[in-house]
Design a protein around this ligand. Structure first.
Ligand SMILES: [Zn+2]
Length: 276
Protein backbone atom coordinates (compact mmCIF):
# COMPACT_ATOMS: atom_id res chain seq x y z
CA UNK A 1 0.00 0.00 0.00
CA UNK A 2 1.10 3.50 -0.71
CA UNK A 3 0.75 4.54 2.87
CA UNK A 4 3.52 2.32 4.14
CA UNK A 5 6.36 4.58 3.23
CA UNK A 6 5.84 8.14 4.26
CA UNK A 7 8.68 10.51 4.00
CA UNK A 8 8.58 13.08 6.72
CA UNK A 9 10.27 16.27 5.77
CA UNK A 10 10.62 19.36 7.86
CA UNK A 11 11.44 22.34 5.69
CA UNK A 12 14.43 23.99 7.30
CA UNK A 13 15.22 26.61 4.73
CA UNK A 14 17.66 24.57 2.73
CA UNK A 15 18.11 25.07 -0.98
CA UNK A 16 17.28 28.70 -0.68
CA UNK A 17 20.66 29.76 -1.91
CA UNK A 18 21.93 29.84 -5.46
CA UNK A 19 22.85 26.56 -7.03
CA UNK A 20 26.26 27.59 -8.14
CA UNK A 21 25.41 26.67 -11.68
CA UNK A 22 27.43 28.45 -14.28
CA UNK A 23 24.66 28.59 -16.80
CA UNK A 24 21.03 29.35 -16.46
CA UNK A 25 20.66 29.04 -20.23
CA UNK A 26 17.24 28.21 -21.55
CA UNK A 27 17.78 24.63 -22.51
CA UNK A 28 14.13 23.77 -22.65
CA UNK A 29 10.97 25.76 -23.01
CA UNK A 30 10.51 25.02 -19.33
CA UNK A 31 13.78 26.10 -17.87
CA UNK A 32 12.43 28.47 -15.32
CA UNK A 33 15.80 29.65 -14.18
CA UNK A 34 17.81 29.07 -11.08
CA UNK A 35 15.55 30.81 -8.67
CA UNK A 36 12.83 28.31 -9.39
CA UNK A 37 15.10 25.31 -9.58
CA UNK A 38 17.75 25.73 -6.98
CA UNK A 39 19.77 22.64 -7.69
CA UNK A 40 22.30 21.21 -5.40
CA UNK A 41 21.98 18.87 -2.60
CA UNK A 42 18.84 18.81 -0.55
CA UNK A 43 19.02 18.51 3.18
CA UNK A 44 18.61 14.94 4.20
CA UNK A 45 15.23 14.10 5.58
CA UNK A 46 14.89 13.68 9.30
CA UNK A 47 12.75 10.61 8.73
CA UNK A 48 12.41 8.51 5.68
CA UNK A 49 10.71 5.99 3.49
CA UNK A 50 11.14 2.58 5.05
CA UNK A 51 14.48 1.21 3.94
CA UNK A 52 14.33 -1.83 1.69
CA UNK A 53 16.81 -4.70 1.40
CA UNK A 54 18.90 -2.63 -1.00
CA UNK A 55 19.39 1.09 -1.61
CA UNK A 56 17.02 2.53 -4.19
CA UNK A 57 17.09 5.55 -6.44
CA UNK A 58 14.06 7.13 -8.08
CA UNK A 59 15.02 9.16 -11.14
CA UNK A 60 12.34 11.65 -12.12
CA UNK A 61 12.48 13.30 -15.53
CA UNK A 62 10.89 16.75 -15.48
CA UNK A 63 9.24 18.97 -18.05
CA UNK A 64 8.16 16.39 -20.61
CA UNK A 65 5.26 16.89 -23.00
CA UNK A 66 6.40 19.67 -25.27
CA UNK A 67 9.07 18.21 -27.51
CA UNK A 68 7.76 14.95 -28.96
CA UNK A 69 10.97 13.59 -30.48
CA UNK A 70 13.11 14.50 -27.52
CA UNK A 71 10.57 13.15 -25.06
CA UNK A 72 10.23 9.85 -26.95
CA UNK A 73 13.96 9.22 -26.64
CA UNK A 74 13.48 8.84 -22.87
CA UNK A 75 11.14 5.90 -23.45
CA UNK A 76 14.19 3.81 -24.33
CA UNK A 77 15.74 4.44 -20.92
CA UNK A 78 17.15 1.10 -19.77
CA UNK A 79 16.31 1.54 -16.08
CA UNK A 80 13.04 2.33 -14.35
CA UNK A 81 12.27 6.03 -14.25
CA UNK A 82 9.40 8.39 -13.61
CA UNK A 83 8.06 10.82 -16.18
CA UNK A 84 6.83 14.21 -14.94
CA UNK A 85 4.65 15.56 -17.73
CA UNK A 86 3.46 19.14 -18.15
CA UNK A 87 -0.09 19.16 -19.55
CA UNK A 88 -1.37 20.73 -22.75
CA UNK A 89 1.79 20.15 -24.78
CA UNK A 90 1.85 18.48 -28.18
CA UNK A 91 3.10 15.21 -26.69
CA UNK A 92 1.70 15.37 -23.13
CA UNK A 93 -0.96 12.70 -23.61
CA UNK A 94 1.07 10.47 -25.82
CA UNK A 95 4.21 10.47 -23.70
CA UNK A 96 2.19 9.78 -20.55
CA UNK A 97 0.47 6.81 -22.16
CA UNK A 98 3.69 5.42 -23.63
CA UNK A 99 5.56 5.82 -20.35
CA UNK A 100 2.81 3.97 -18.52
CA UNK A 101 2.87 1.14 -21.07
CA UNK A 102 6.62 0.93 -20.65
CA UNK A 103 6.18 0.37 -16.89
CA UNK A 104 7.35 3.79 -15.79
CA UNK A 105 5.52 5.99 -13.29
CA UNK A 106 3.76 9.07 -14.62
CA UNK A 107 3.42 12.30 -12.66
CA UNK A 108 1.34 15.30 -13.53
CA UNK A 109 3.94 18.08 -13.43
CA UNK A 110 1.73 20.90 -12.26
CA UNK A 111 2.70 24.47 -13.16
CA UNK A 112 2.45 26.58 -10.02
CA UNK A 113 2.90 30.21 -9.19
CA UNK A 114 6.58 31.08 -8.97
CA UNK A 115 8.23 33.86 -7.00
CA UNK A 116 8.28 36.83 -9.30
CA UNK A 117 7.67 36.61 -13.00
CA UNK A 118 8.73 33.64 -15.07
CA UNK A 119 7.83 33.42 -18.72
CA UNK A 120 7.97 29.82 -19.76
CA UNK A 121 4.79 29.00 -21.63
CA UNK A 122 2.80 27.83 -18.62
CA UNK A 123 1.55 31.22 -17.50
CA UNK A 124 -1.96 30.47 -18.80
CA UNK A 125 -2.46 27.43 -16.59
CA UNK A 126 -0.67 27.79 -13.29
CA UNK A 127 -2.16 27.09 -9.91
CA UNK A 128 -2.02 30.33 -8.02
CA UNK A 129 -2.32 31.46 -4.44
CA UNK A 130 -5.74 32.76 -3.66
CA UNK A 131 -7.56 30.43 -6.06
CA UNK A 132 -10.71 28.97 -4.61
CA UNK A 133 -10.96 25.20 -4.17
CA UNK A 134 -13.41 25.11 -7.08
CA UNK A 135 -11.09 27.05 -9.40
CA UNK A 136 -8.20 24.84 -8.48
CA UNK A 137 -10.25 21.71 -8.97
CA UNK A 138 -11.47 22.83 -12.40
CA UNK A 139 -7.99 23.62 -13.72
CA UNK A 140 -6.34 20.62 -12.11
CA UNK A 141 -8.94 18.22 -13.50
CA UNK A 142 -8.34 19.51 -17.01
CA UNK A 143 -4.61 19.05 -16.53
CA UNK A 144 -5.10 15.55 -15.21
CA UNK A 145 -7.16 14.59 -18.22
CA UNK A 146 -4.29 15.60 -20.43
CA UNK A 147 -1.79 13.43 -18.56
CA UNK A 148 -3.42 10.00 -18.40
CA UNK A 149 -2.16 7.36 -15.97
CA UNK A 150 -0.70 9.92 -13.58
CA UNK A 151 -0.28 8.37 -10.14
CA UNK A 152 1.13 11.44 -8.49
CA UNK A 153 1.76 15.15 -8.93
CA UNK A 154 4.88 17.26 -8.71
CA UNK A 155 5.30 21.01 -8.91
CA UNK A 156 6.74 22.80 -11.91
CA UNK A 157 8.18 25.99 -10.36
CA UNK A 158 5.82 26.99 -7.53
CA UNK A 159 8.10 28.76 -5.09
CA UNK A 160 5.24 31.08 -4.13
CA UNK A 161 2.51 28.47 -4.24
CA UNK A 162 4.27 25.68 -2.35
CA UNK A 163 5.23 28.08 0.44
CA UNK A 164 1.63 29.09 1.02
CA UNK A 165 0.02 26.89 3.70
CA UNK A 166 -3.52 27.75 2.66
CA UNK A 167 -3.01 27.06 -1.03
CA UNK A 168 -1.15 23.84 -0.26
CA UNK A 169 -3.84 22.68 2.10
CA UNK A 170 -6.50 23.03 -0.64
CA UNK A 171 -4.14 21.42 -3.12
CA UNK A 172 -3.23 18.39 -1.03
CA UNK A 173 -6.86 17.81 -0.05
CA UNK A 174 -7.58 17.65 -3.77
CA UNK A 175 -4.74 15.20 -4.38
CA UNK A 176 -6.13 13.00 -1.65
CA UNK A 177 -9.55 13.02 -3.21
CA UNK A 178 -8.05 12.03 -6.54
CA UNK A 179 -5.84 9.32 -5.05
CA UNK A 180 -2.56 10.94 -6.08
CA UNK A 181 0.68 11.16 -4.14
CA UNK A 182 2.89 14.26 -3.99
CA UNK A 183 6.45 14.88 -5.00
CA UNK A 184 7.92 18.18 -3.87
CA UNK A 185 10.40 19.45 -6.45
CA UNK A 186 11.68 21.75 -3.68
CA UNK A 187 12.06 24.94 -5.65
CA UNK A 188 12.16 26.88 -2.39
CA UNK A 189 13.40 26.13 1.08
CA UNK A 190 10.14 27.61 2.33
CA UNK A 191 8.02 24.86 0.78
CA UNK A 192 5.38 23.37 3.03
CA UNK A 193 4.35 20.81 0.39
CA UNK A 194 5.39 17.63 2.13
CA UNK A 195 4.17 18.74 5.55
CA UNK A 196 0.83 19.62 3.99
CA UNK A 197 0.63 16.29 2.13
CA UNK A 198 1.31 14.35 5.29
CA UNK A 199 -1.32 16.31 7.15
CA UNK A 200 -3.78 15.50 4.36
CA UNK A 201 -2.83 11.84 4.70
CA UNK A 202 -1.26 11.26 1.32
CA UNK A 203 2.12 9.70 0.55
CA UNK A 204 4.79 12.26 -0.19
CA UNK A 205 8.40 12.51 -1.20
CA UNK A 206 10.75 15.34 -1.93
CA UNK A 207 13.54 15.54 -4.41
CA UNK A 208 16.94 15.15 -2.88
CA UNK A 209 19.06 16.41 -5.73
CA UNK A 210 18.87 18.00 -9.13
CA UNK A 211 21.21 16.35 -11.59
CA UNK A 212 21.44 18.90 -14.34
CA UNK A 213 20.83 22.45 -13.20
CA UNK A 214 24.34 22.92 -14.53
CA UNK A 215 24.61 21.12 -17.89
CA UNK A 216 28.36 20.55 -17.48
CA UNK A 217 28.80 16.74 -17.53
CA UNK A 218 31.44 16.95 -14.81
CA UNK A 219 29.03 18.72 -12.50
CA UNK A 220 26.36 16.16 -13.37
CA UNK A 221 28.82 13.42 -12.50
CA UNK A 222 29.35 14.94 -9.07
CA UNK A 223 25.62 15.27 -8.47
CA UNK A 224 25.13 11.68 -9.55
CA UNK A 225 27.83 10.53 -7.12
CA UNK A 226 26.13 12.52 -4.35
CA UNK A 227 22.81 10.86 -5.18
CA UNK A 228 24.33 7.39 -4.98
CA UNK A 229 26.02 8.20 -1.66
CA UNK A 230 22.76 9.49 -0.30
CA UNK A 231 20.91 6.37 -1.48
CA UNK A 232 23.40 4.20 0.35
CA UNK A 233 23.36 6.38 3.42
CA UNK A 234 19.61 6.64 3.94
CA UNK A 235 18.34 3.77 1.80
CA UNK A 236 16.95 5.81 -1.07
CA UNK A 237 17.34 9.00 -3.04
CA UNK A 238 15.06 10.99 -5.30
CA UNK A 239 16.99 12.48 -8.19
CA UNK A 240 15.39 15.00 -10.51
CA UNK A 241 16.64 15.84 -13.96
CA UNK A 242 15.25 17.56 -17.01
CA UNK A 243 14.08 15.74 -20.11
CA UNK A 244 16.85 17.18 -22.22
CA UNK A 245 18.85 15.36 -24.85
CA UNK A 246 22.21 16.20 -23.25
CA UNK A 247 21.02 14.96 -19.87
CA UNK A 248 19.82 11.70 -21.39
CA UNK A 249 23.16 11.13 -23.02
CA UNK A 250 25.17 11.90 -19.91
CA UNK A 251 23.03 9.99 -17.41
CA UNK A 252 23.17 6.83 -19.50
CA UNK A 253 26.92 6.81 -19.12
CA UNK A 254 26.48 6.76 -15.34
CA UNK A 255 24.08 3.83 -15.18
CA UNK A 256 26.66 1.03 -14.83
CA UNK A 257 27.42 2.54 -11.39
CA UNK A 258 24.07 1.27 -10.15
CA UNK A 259 24.98 -2.39 -10.46
CA UNK A 260 28.47 -1.73 -9.25
CA UNK A 261 27.16 -0.03 -6.10
CA UNK A 262 24.23 -2.38 -5.53
CA UNK A 263 21.62 0.35 -5.99
CA UNK A 264 18.31 -0.38 -7.66
CA UNK A 265 16.49 2.11 -9.89
CA UNK A 266 12.78 2.19 -9.05
CA UNK A 267 9.83 4.29 -10.07
CA UNK A 268 8.58 6.85 -7.58
CA UNK A 269 5.43 4.79 -7.05
CA UNK A 270 7.57 1.80 -6.15
CA UNK A 271 9.68 3.88 -3.82
CA UNK A 272 6.64 5.19 -1.98
CA UNK A 273 4.96 1.81 -1.78
CA UNK A 274 8.08 -0.01 -0.64
CA UNK A 275 7.96 -2.35 -3.62
CA UNK A 276 10.55 -2.60 -6.37
ZN1 LIG B 1 9.47 21.61 -14.13
Amino acid sequence: MLFIGLLVYLPLGENAGPAGASSGGALSPFSPGLREHPGGKGASSPASIRPGPHPRIAIVVDDLGYEPARDAAWLQFPEKITFAVIPFGPSSRKIAKSAHERGFSVLLHVPMEPDGQVNDGTSGFRLRRGMSGAEMEELFSRMLQDVPFAVGASNHMGSAFTADPEAMSLYTAMLKEKGLFLLDSVTTGRSVAVASALRAGIPAAKRDLFLDVDPDPEVMRRRWAEALSLAKEKGFAVLLCHGRADTLQVIQRFLPDLDAEGIRAVTLAELLSGSG
